[in-house]
Every structure is written in C-alpha cells, then in structure tokens.
Design a protein around this ligand. Sequence first.
Ligand code: PLP
Length: 393
Amino acid sequence: MTTARSTQNSALRSLPQAEAVIDLTAVADNVRRLCEFAGGAAVMAVVKADAYNHGVLPVARAALAAGARELGVTTLGEALELRAAGIDAPILSWLHTVDADFAPAIAQGIEIGVSSPRHLAAVVAAARATGVTAMVAAKVDTGLNRNGIAGNEWADFVDDLARAQAEGAVQLRGVFSHLAHGDEPDHPGNAEQRDRLREAVTDLRRNSLTPQVVHLANSAATVTRPDLRFDMVRPGIAIYGLTPIPELGDLGFRPVMTLRTRVALVKKVTAGSGVSYGHRWVAPRDTMVALLPVGYADGVRRNLSGRIEVQLGGRRCPQLGRVCMDQIVVDLGPDGGGVNEGDSALLFGDGRHGEPGAQDWAAMLDTINYEIVTGVGGRTVRTYVGREGGGER
Ligand SMILES: *Cc1c(COP(=O)(O)O)cnc(C)c1O
C-alpha cells in the first residue's frame, strides 16, 4: 500500500480512488484503554506487519505517546525500521531464521527473542563479532508448539544462556511466551501456560539469570485474564480497535481503519439485465447503480460477492453480483438516492456513519478481523487523521 505522504504521482494528488483512513486519535484512545486493562503492568504495543497494515511509524508514535512502554515486532527488519526513524523505546523482535544477520539489531539495541540453543548461538556469535552485548529475551514454548524454546531443549538453552551472559555476549532482558487459547478465556490451557512460564522464570533465576520483564498476554488475555499480566501485556489487535473476542461485545475500543472509495460512475440498469461477471445478479426492476473502483486486488475479497453492503448517500447499498479485481457495483435503487459520481462510499469503518465493520466482513468470510485489515492493499492509499498521541480532533 502506498502512503499519501510518499506519493509524488500527480495522478494521485486528487482524492484517492481507494483509501484506508487511519484515525490516530483512536489508536491513542485504544492504547489508553489497554493501559487501564493492564492495571500495574506495562503495555507493549505490537506493531508487526506494518502495524497490522495501519502504517508502523505513525501508529508506533501514537501508541508510545499514549502510554505504551515498548514496541513488539516480528522481524529484525521491522525493528530496525523503527530505530532508523528515531524511535528509542525498547523494541522486541521475535521471529528469525538461524542465519539472520543479528549484528545490526544488536548494535541498535534491539531486544532479540530467541527460540532455541541454535538461535542463541547465532546471536552470541554476532555479539562477539560486533563487540556489543546482545539484549535477548527467552521465548518459551509453554504449549503453543509454534515459535519458542521446546521443552526438550530448555535445559541446554538455560546452560548456554548462563555461559553467554557470564561471558558478556548477551544480557537476558525478557522472558515471554504466547497463548494457544487466548481467545477462549476459560480454557484450562491458559492457566497451564501461565504456570509453565512461571516455572521457566524460576529455572532461570536458579541459574542467576534474572529477567527484567516477563510477559504472556495478547489482546484477548489482557482484557479477560488479569492473572496472565505478569510485568507487561502484549496487545496487538485491540490497539487497532478490533475485538479479539467478538462475543464479548463492546470493550471500549474504536476501530482505527476506515476503508473508503468514491463513486466512479452512476448508471441505469433496466429490469432483466445482469450485472458484473457471470450476471450473477439480475435486476428485478429498473434501477440505478454506482460503480466503485475497488476490488479483490485492493482487499475486497471475491468471496464477499453479493454479500456486503456499502454506506453511500446516507444508507446501506447492497453490492451486486461478483466482486471483480478492480471494481464492484452497488444498487442505489430506482431513484438513485441522490448519489453522484465522486461521492464518498464507506466499505467498513468504526460504524459512526452507519457503515459495516471489519468484523462484519470477517464473520461473512468465516475468518478473523485481523485478516480483513491486513488484507487491505493493492492500490489503496493510506491517509491519516487525528493527532498522534491523541487529543482533540
Ligand atoms: C501478534 C502477536 C501478539 C499480539 O496478538 P493480538 O491477538 O493481536 O493481541 C502478541 N504476541 C505475539 C508473540 C504475537 O505474535
């Protein structure tokens, strides 16, 4: 996705045809709400995947200004981009191949999550080569069986870590783990993972390895399980105003991304005429339709064909027939509803103007809202509203 700021193309200087509007005031409000949920624990704002496709730098700055203490990302590249932009808050990066180039991250004071003795060895080698002590976090697999140090490698890992720290190659800063059932608050696995993380910390302490921060909770656990907070919580999706557990209802978060487009063409379709590929929709009466220049290449998934509604002209207009690569058609009704070419149309947002939410699309597609917002792209231009760090709009 391009950002408005970096766009020099004069063709795009007029209003964009497809736009992801990012409300930074909502980011700040959501972070403050998460700080309330966190109680005494710190908040690490998870800004991986370009801040869930909301734009990492503006979101990171807004989150830190609103009270987030640290930032969490997946890759070293993501971490280095934040540092290069002048962000000096603690940054943790947690998913790497063993052959990754750890040296620049070590030099930039990025905390590196390690998931095996081999990963630790690679970090130690890079630290020796650079002459800088690497800050590491032990990512413990407490039951997710995905990333993290496996149970059968734990003892070796602790030995290696104790040796590397004694040598001055690394400094253990964090110990963390990730939940398998965070979105099922009452699942017994959550308490089991909590207890295993505690045991891991005890093990480390027994070996004179004392972490400064222990963390486990994602968004779902942050809002439902105070007993999983430890020193810090690690929310992602709630920062973007989407709920990790739709059944919980309103938790006081506001969706940050609005996907909007503008009417490219208004035309009449006569009764009995089919609309879009395959004529999957046939007009039951004469009607007016609007052509909107967004399609599956921009994140409006083709499986949504004939199922979504677009907020246009002050009401919900049903989308007709197939979603195409570049465009969709919506029904304006026989009188056209006063809609004109160039009018703004909302695909999803925070609902303030009557539009659907990303969660509505997720439910239709049998997926999660995370996939809806990260799937917006193609020619969509990202623009920002609201002040970084909150305050008045
Ligand atoms: C993505 C991620 C998070 C944030 O999860 P949400 O469900 O978005 O709150 C936290 N920790 C780790 C390790 C992650 O990968």
